[in-house]
Ligand binder design. Sequence first.
Ligand code: ASP
Length: 439
Amino acid sequence: MKKVVKFGGSSLADAKQFEKVGRIIKSDESRVYVIPSAPGKRFSGDTKVTDMLIKAYQIAVNGGDLHQQLLDIKARYNEIIEGLQLDFSLDDEFETIEKNLKEDPTLDYAASRGEYLNGHVMAKYLDYEFIDPFDVIFFNEEGNLNTYKTEKVLSQRLAETPKAVIPGFYGRGKDGKIKTFSRGGSDVTGSIVAGACGADVYENWTDVSGFLVADPRIVDHPKSIDTITYRELRELSYMGASVLHEDAIFPVRSKGIPINIRNTNRPDDAGTWIVESTARKPQYMITGIAGKKGFCAVDITKALMNSEVGFGRKVLQAFEDHGINFEHMPSGIDTMTIVVHEDEFLDKEQQVVSEIHRLTHPDSIEIQPDLALIAVVGRGMKSAYGTSGRIFSALAHARVNVRMIDQGSSELNIIIGVDEKDFEKAIRAIYDIFVMTQL
Ligand code: ASP
């Protein structure tokens, strides 16, 4: 049994958190590869080390004196090193960082040092070998992961190294310089390492006990999800639910390695399992609810639209020509609605409308703003009766007007459009009907 374990910034924010992490790793011999993030916030209002490093970079490019900023960052690490009573110093490392930032400051180099330094502390603390991702994770010309080269070099290196700490978040760019993933990218590193060593499981340790059925800022103490499929996760993440970096799924998914989201502060909680496929039924018929505000609907009406071949293509062409993604496209016989992100659309609104006029000669075009979309997601909905019935009667009881409905034939999700002012109320009503009534 081989496990890859990734710990997020809040799990490594100070010496006390490090100790919890140490206990977790030592309690299971199979936790052999450890991916640390940079130290995160110790309390709300605190600054993440990555953000402190980004500030150091900004000071450097503006020709300022970054010494004090680096001393503040060093103090964060020293607090951890002293708290863990390690006989170890990062003085030389900080000297090198200061020199490099003065000579040739790059944002990615600066941002990556949080993980790099934390990796050294972690390796010392656990007495594991340190592997620098600069030597084993590679990006291609386009700035994406070079999967082939990374897999080849990394798996070879891991085969020679039974236990190692591999810092998250960065690797080597095609230009030979340090390159980072986007923010939160240590999740991706963990997944790459798990894929490369053929792990049995990729454990992703954070500060929540897995995915929740709904957003805790909207629903009071929502239940957590015990098992979710990759496809369900993708639907929910797309609609705003976030625990894991989006790109963290791909390296493990293709190898059938499950991800287990765990809580460093509650290590006995089972957390959420993210799997390719499962026979486990979701506890509440639905798996999760997520949503976003900030959409608008463009309604196009034309008599006999139904018999005009190519009408839809021409409408979509108008959006495509202006680089606007469309989210949904419910239609009637003589009407069709295109749902788009308000912030992408607003600036180009009138150009798009006139292009639709020019291309399709509709009877009318009406734009309706302030639309919120809610996705009710669940593998359990397939071929089950009554799911949508329950959703809509719950919304009716809550006096929420439904402005749009979209359900794909995969039956994995139902998308509901409501007024932004009804967004929270609608989510609570749907949560209650599926979760609270089943308790
Ligand atoms: N430290 C980086 C960030 O704050 C990467 C990570 O934590 O995954 O985004």
